[in-house]
Ligand binder design. Structure first.
Ligand SMILES: NC(=O)c1ccc[n+]([C@@H]2O[C@H](COP(=O)([O-])OP(=O)(O)OC[C@H]3O[C@@H](n4cnc5c(N)ncnc54)[C@H](OP(=O)(O)O)[C@@H]3O)[C@@H](O)[C@H]2O)c1
Length: 335
């Protein structure tokens, strides 16, 4: 087992601004049956951490979100939906991982990545990290990769499929652009001019600068539209979806969620806000692409755990490009 009984974690006890997060000593969790204890090398500070910390959720979703993030106080005081690290110990019954394995993991709504150790089910969204990347790079595969994969597996994307990614410079957008390209799609990326070169470098075939042009204004249609911004609801983009195409609402308000089934039935175009239950297979797919040089990490900034408040402040701007990495402990055998 672990030599120390306590660990440093970034913790928040009240909803609010970045300054609600501070470092605390917490007990190191012990892996129960079927669980893996990971010594965390890196995590990311994501928009989901911002949303949970600030209770900043799309209109109408306050009550639903409260079930996940807490009502009066945070349900998960340690944020961080993802982690890259080294397996420290495994609980009874775990055979897929052993101490010393380099892994990446998505804890999702269970959070816990902003700490020196995290436990998670071995059968959850955890897989071996790409051998070709440091753990700081590898952790960037998780949040956007698993989300984009979760949505993409609900549609058919192949050579020649036209995919439009709205919000192409975010964590999800940079993953969606890369994964769609790998499937052979023709990718149009909606982003601001300042992020055009980044998104083109990830393989996008063309850019629409949303500060100058409304992608729904012309006659162009797309087989798949990915909305990673929350401003491309079905009412706005229906005309821009090709017959039989799909709208993947990575972010949606309650009203859009409630209407999606009816819109699908009426239009013959799939409208979905449900990411499904992407897990280890989806992560492993991104890892395989990374190891063959076909998926690259997109790191905007990297902060030490001690600078967690600054990291939250930066993510709160809504302007991050790809991922904001949180460096937690130097445990990567590769670094
Ligand atoms: N359903 C799920 O399971 C799931 C999972 C993950 C995330 N999400 C949601 O998906 C959304 C995207 O997540 P993320 O991690 O990609 O966010 P993010 O990384 O914080 O996105 C930031 C990026 O959005 C771009 N952006 C802002 N306004 C834009 C606009 N009007 N048009 C195009 N781009 C714009 C910004 O670029 P500029 O500075 O150039 O504007 C910035 O690069 C979030 O709302 C998140 O809550 C949902």
């Amino acid at each position: 087992m672990t030599p120390d009984k306590t660990m440093t974690a970034a913790v928040y006890h009240r909803f609010g601004g970045p300054e609600e997060v501070h470092l605390e000593q917490r007990s190191i969790p012990s892996p129960k049956s079927g669980e893996v204890l990971v010594r965390v090398h890196a995590s990311t500070v994501s928009i989901a951490d911002h949303r949970s910390r600030a209770r900043d959720v799309p209109p109408g979703l306050g009550l639903l979100a409260a079930a996940g993030i807490g009502v009066l106080r945070p349900k998960h005081p340690i944020l961080g939906m993802d982690a890259a690290g080294v397996v420290e110990a495994v609980g009874p019954g775990v055979t897929a991982f052993t101490a010393g394995d380099r892994v990446i993991a998505a804890m999702g709504g269970a959070f816990g990545g902003h700490a020196e150790y995290v436990c998670m089910p071995a059968e959850g969204a955890i897989t071996h990290a790409p051998a070709s990347m440091t753990l700081e790079e590898a952790v960037t595969l998780v949040f956007g990769g698993i989300t984009a994969q979760g949505f993409f597996r609900q549609v058919s994307i192949g050579p020649g499929t036209s995919v439009l990614v709205n919000g192409a410079s975010g964590a999800v957008g940079t993953a969606a652009v890369q994964l769609a390209k790998q499937l052979g799609a023709d990718v149009t990326a909606v982003t601001s001019g300042g992020n055009a070169s980044l998104v083109l470098s990830l393989g996008a075939d063309r850019i629409i600068d949303y500060t100058r042009q409304d992608f729904t204004a012309g006659d162009e249609t797309y087989d798949v539209i990915v909305d990673g911004v929350g401003n491309a609801g079905f009412g706005r983009v229906e005309r821009s979806i090709a017959p039989g195409g799909a709208l993947l609402l990575v972010i949606a308000d309650l009203w859009s969620m409630l209407r999606s089934r009816g819109q699908t039935r009426r239009s013959g175009k799939l409208v979905t806000w449900n990411v499904g239950k992407p897990g280890a297979d989806e992560l492993a797919h991104v890892v395989a692409l990374a190891d063959s040089g076909r998926y690259r990490p997109v790191i905007d900034r990297s902060f030490a755990l001690a600078d967690i408040v600054e990291a939250h402040r930066y993510v709160d701007t809504g302007r991050k490009r790809g991922n904001v990495v949180l460096r937690i402990a130097d445990v990567d055998p590769l670094s």
